[in-house]
Ligand binder design. Sequence first.
Ligand SMILES: [Zn+2]
Length: 353
Amino acid sequence: MEFPVTRLRRLRRSEAMRSLVRETSLEPSALIYPLFLCPGEGVRKEIGSMPGVFNLSIDEAVKEAEEAAALGLGGLLLFGLPESKDEKGSGAYDENGIVQTGLRELKKLSAAKKLLMIADVCLCEYTSHGHCGIVKKAKNAPGTASKKSEANKSANGPESGSDTDYEIENDSSLRLISKTATSLAAAGADIVAPSDMMDGRVAAIRDEMDDAGFEQTPILSYAAKFASAFYGPFREAADSAPQFGDRRSYQMDGANLREAMREIDQDLGEGADMILMKPAMPYLDVIRAARERFDVPIGAYQVSGEYSMLQAAFAKGWLEPQRAMMESLLSIRRAGAGFIVTYFAKDAAKVLG
Ligand SMILES: [Zn+2]
């Protein structure tokens, strides 16, 4: 029917009417709140580029968990800042590592019955070089930049090292990554979430966790994780910036949607129970494509840069905080994400009441 018989504005005339016909909704239980655990006691150190987000000692994280449960959030995603780092990221799979210790404390809370404790699985917060796997210098890497790497630098910006200087070894990294996942499951993680983007990590984790008796622990795979500038503030929060080069040899090229579908397909084939898309807002089309193609639960991570740019605009008075925050989350939900990892989780839950 055409205008004037059809008037689409009829259904927009009051909040009650809009509410009746609203297609997409949000609820606190679909929001996951990331926490950054650090050593010490009584530590609550704000991240400069992420107002309202903190490095928290375990006792402070406990308070956050209680608040998150009271607000009805779905869960916490745990990251760790270890006391010290080394080449092999041993803090990641140390049974007394920062997240393992935190998990044991958090699981004692009655709040833990309502909240899922999701453990991020990666090495980059624990390695001295800041990469997500084992680094091997390539044969022709003299320690000084070759002409080729100089050329690369000027072409791709200062963060991009030559592909020939070093290699993030895939298969040797898998052993450490699956060891990390198993140790986090042993410490009480309800879900393990590998974010490293090595090939074959889901199968390696499933194998090792099953052998260790954690066959009931689900894997939420960051299946489509793009090498993104929007991770910048997170690197301050998790102290995980690569000391050389960048992550483009393992994280995905932002231009590739079809390849994202292959990544997801492969992770599901290896036994991933759910997938996580990252970042969210600059990749809504990828979330939508995944939703249409795969019948598994899909989450999306509204990453640090998405949060920080909104916070910066709020601080300037350029955007209305509550409306912009809720619209950003709604857009991710509408694109097809069943759940959302977001630094706005607590604020959004308060709005949702
Ligand atoms: Zn990593």
